[in-house]
Write a protein that binds this ligand. Structure first.
Ligand code: 3PG
Length: 351
């Protein structure tokens, strides 16, 4: 396990923190779910208590190297100020002389939020197959120590994730530590039976995940959409007998009562459960029955439960159920990658 902020003397130090403030927005740019912001508060509060000079950075959306007014981090700054009860200095950029000056003159205990990292294409662009080191270096000028608290983006080889720690002493934040510790309970000697539940969009990445997790899970329950993809593309799994698909119409807006009953029965037997992705068109209340039944079955099972994925978290937040799971991950793709044993450049950079 990597070192964390608790292993360093951070008093009066400029601490450059990579957060994942990639939150869902509505058409007018308002934040529709601030779970990821809230989850970063313990790390930031710890740094305030240490009297550090705190410089926060994140991406938001996929601006692909172009400044987009809707994807500026001002709304994130407002939320942070609200939750922390302190003023947040907001920069117009994330690199350059001006920002460097601001970080150098930052007072202890104060917070600066940099502008969206992905307004610079260098953040995600690979150079000779590796992370952009020039851009990483520019970011590194802003801190004395680098902290990664952005589990959601640890599967990305991005400058702020795997590049900056090459230039600064580095460690993980409290959220990153919590994420890795909780997810390790799924992959390292989980209490059995272990059941994985996989729904949602991005169906192609999910089928790869299903095969990987089925190697150590007892059952993998999948949504109709994924089941349809499996059939349409004739996808083969190493343990097909472990994959449980809904009965009835696979591309309907929700799973039917019989499928709910089958899934509830399997979930009730589990000692460990991992869930990513809703079932059906849950955003429309009339089709949320299946997703809600799965959530309730997990809660009632009393199993150790880890839930993740942007849409799933948004759904659970709306239902007021978020506190009822053992761990709710801020990672979507990152959670799937970690559980599947895929490369995690953000974590490797901290070793
Ligand atoms: C996420 O939303 O899963 C993370 O913030 C990573 O975002 P990305 O998929 O755009 O890299």
């Amino acid at each position: 396990m990597f070192k964390t902020i608790k292993n360093f003397d951070l008093i009066d130090k400029r601490v450059l923190v990579r957060c994942d403030f990639n939150v869902p927005l509505d058409e007018s740019g308002e934040i529709t779910d601030d779970f990821r912001i809230k989850q970063t508060i313990p790390t930031i509060q710890y740094l305030i208590d240490q009297n550090s000079k705190i410089i926060l950075m994140s991406h938001l959306g996929e601006p692909n190297g172009v400044v987009s007014l809707n994807l500026k981090l001002d709304k994130v700054a407002e939320k942070l100020a609200e939750y922390l009860g302190v003023a947040i200095g907001k920069e117009d950029d994330c690199v350059g002389v001006e920002v460097e000056g601001q970080s150098t003159s930052l007072k202890s205990g104060k917070i600066l939020l940099l502008e969206n990292l992905r307004f610079h294409k260098e953040e995600t662009e690979l150079v000779d197959g590796g992370v952009n080191l020039d851009f990483s270096k520019k970011l590194s000028y802003l801190g004395d120590i680098y902290v990664n608290d952005a589990f959601g983006v640890c599967h990305r080889d991005n400058a702020s994730v795997s590049g900056v720690p090459k230039f600064l002493p580095h460690c993980g934040g409290l959220l990153l530590e919590k994420e890795v510790t909780s997810l390790d309970k799924i992959i390292k000697n989980p209490e059995k039976p272990l059941i994985a539940i996989v729904g949602g969009k991005k169906v192609e990445t999910k089928t790869k995940f299903i095969n990987n997790i089925s190697k150590f899970a007892d059952y993998v329950l999948v949504s109709g959409l994924i089941a349809k993809e499996i059939i349409d593309k004739n996808i083969k799994f190493d343990f097909p007998e472990k994959i449980i698909v809904p009965v009835g119409k696979l591309d309907g807006p929700d799973i039917d009562d019989e499928s709910i009953r089958i899934f509830e029965d399997k979930i009730s037997q589990a000692a460990t459960i991992v869930w990513n992705g809703p079932f059906g068109k849950f955003e429309d209340n009339q089709y949320a029955k299946g997703t809600l039944a799965i959530a309730n079955a997990i809660i009632n099972s009393k199993a150790f439960s880890v839930v993740g994925g942007g849409e799933t978290v948004e759904f659970l937040n709306k239902q007021g159920m978020i506190d009822k799971f053992s761990h709710v991950s801020t990672g979507g793709g990152a959670m799937l990658s970690y559980l599947a044993g895929d490369p995690m450049p953000g974590l490797e950079a901290l070793e």
